[in-house]
Structures are given as structure tokens and as C-alpha cells.
Design a protein around this ligand. Structure first.
Ligand code: SF4
Length: 242
């Protein structure tokens, strides 16, 4: 794992994916990113901050104004309602529009507080803790999960290939704390650029030699030859000839 992390760090330079230092901003940023591409959610977040620069502006805004004034890129009703619910819950929980108090909690307490907020699951809570509170967490998003499974680091504990909450804990436990930030951000970069869900470009992958490519073969018909070990290729050719 250390070798893989070092190679990825050299290639992707621990790029932070524009995540925010303020934990409440980070929550809003992640909300904007749900089911959207990077270009679209960056535009949505900037548009939200331009229309409502202060958290107080968001607290006072009506949901219909959030829908009208923010360029959400789709799902505007759902996202505007989520923002309002989140802001309301932060005021109710902390008595102020700030998550600064989280800095004084230990990791477990901090995660529990965040999980109690509407729309916040384990991945989101751990993103906020990693990016904004500098905790040594390993959020497992779809890229991290898929690549870890293809590398053969972990299997799903369920009947399918999905990542359960238990799997998130298992994978986080496997990743040494000092690697968590770097490995998370660089697996996201690799997943976006090369190791995509449907068509991983294994021939261009910097960690090809470490990868068992479990589950990747059927996803990468276009690069099937690159995914197949040489002796298997020979066998396939002789089968064709016989
Ligand atoms: S070798 Fe292929 S399947 Fe393995 S991590 Fe790289 S792109 Fe993904």
C-alpha cells in the first residue's frame, strides 16, 4: 500500500479537489457535488456563494429563492431543501452558524455529531473531517472503493460489489493513518482520469503492476488485451486456431 501511495502521490501531487477549509462550507460544497461532474458542481457552489455570501444569508433565504438564484445544474429542488435543512440543523445543534466546536471533539464524537445532521452519511462526515478538520480519516467514495477492490485490497462484505457502511470502516482500518489523506485524494484523481467505472485505461495506469484488476476485465472490453496476462492471450489464440 505504501508503494502504491507513493506512486500515486508522485503522479497526482495530492491535489485537494477544491475542498474547503471551513467545515460548514465543505458540507455545502459536498451537497452541491451530489450526482454532478466536477465542472458542474464547482459552478453550483460558486453560484451559491455569490448569491448568499454569508451563512446568515442562507439561513434567512427562502427555499424558492435558493432554487431561483442558484445555478444548480439539476436537482435544484432537492439540493435547495437539503441546504435549508442543513443550515437549520446546524443552528439547532450548535446554537450558531458554525461547526468550529467540532475542533474540540475527538474523532468518534465528531463523526457522531456530523452523522446526526440531515443528509450526512459516513462518507460525507469523513470528508469534512479529513479536508476541513485535518483528521486522519479515509472517506470511501465510489472511486476509492472501486480501485481498492480492483487492486484486490478488499472485497464487499455483501452479496454484491457495493460498499456498505461496514466496508467503509474495514477499508479505513486497512489504510495507515499517515497515508489516508494522500491516498484518498489521489485515488479520486486516478478514478476520474484512468480507472473509470466502465472503461479503465489500464495501459496508461501508473499502478498497473500492483493491480489484480478484479472486476475490471468486463468493464474494459476496449482494453481487454492489456488486461489479459500474456500466457492467457496465447491460450486464447490457440483455442481460436483449434
Ligand atoms: S490497472 Fe486498470 S483496473 Fe487496476 S487500478 Fe489501474 S486502471 Fe484500475
Amino acid at each position: 500500500m505504501y508503494e502504491v501511495a507513493a506512486i500515486l502521490s508522485k503522479r497526482y501531487r495530492d491535489f485537494n479537489h477544491y475542498n474547503r477549509k471551513n467545515p460548514l462550507d465543505e458540507l455545502l460544497f459536498i451537497l452541491c457535488s451530489v450526482k454532478r461532474t466536477e465542472k458542474v458542481y464547482l459552478r453550483a457552489y460558486r453560484s451559491l456563494k455569490k448569491a448568499f455570501p454569508r451563512f446568515e444569508d442562507l439561513a434567512e433565504a427562502k427555499t424558492k429563492d435558493l432554487i431561483k438564484k442558484v445555478e444548480w445544474g439539476g436537482l435544484q429542488n432537492q439540493k435547495a431543501s437539503s441546504v435549508k435543512a442543513l443550515i437549520g440543523a446546524v443552528i439547532d445543534t450548535f446554537g450558531q452558524l458554525s461547526l468550529a466546536k467540532l475542533k474540540h471533539l475527538d474523532d468518534q464524537e465528531c463523526e457522531e455529531f456530523l452523522l446526526a445532521l440531515p443528509g450526512v452519511g459516513k462518507k460525507v462526515a469523513r470528508c469534512v473531517m479529513l479536508y476541513s478538520l485535518e483528521r486522519k480519516m479515509f472517506p470511501v467514495d465510489s472511486h476509492c472503493w472501486q480501485i481498492a477492490a480492483r487492486l484486490g485490497w478488499i472485497n464487499s462484505s455483501g452479496n454484491n460489489r457495493n460498499c456498505s457502511v461496514r466496508d467503509m470502516d474495514r477499508l479505513q482500518e486497512m489504510v495507515p493513518p499517515d497515508l489516508r489523506y494522500s491516498l484518498h485524494v489521489n485515488l479520486v484523481s486516478l478514478g476520474r482520469e484512468i480507472c473509470t467505472a466502465r472503461k479503465p485505461r489500464c495501459r496508461e495506469c501508473v499502478i498497473f503492476s500492483f493491480c489484480r484488476r478484479i472486476g475490471a476485465e468486463e468493464a474494459c472490453q476496449a482494453v481487454a488485451k492489456a488486461c489479459t496476462p500474456p500466457n492467457t492471450k496465447r491460450k486464447q489464440q490457440s483455442n481460436k486456431l483449434s
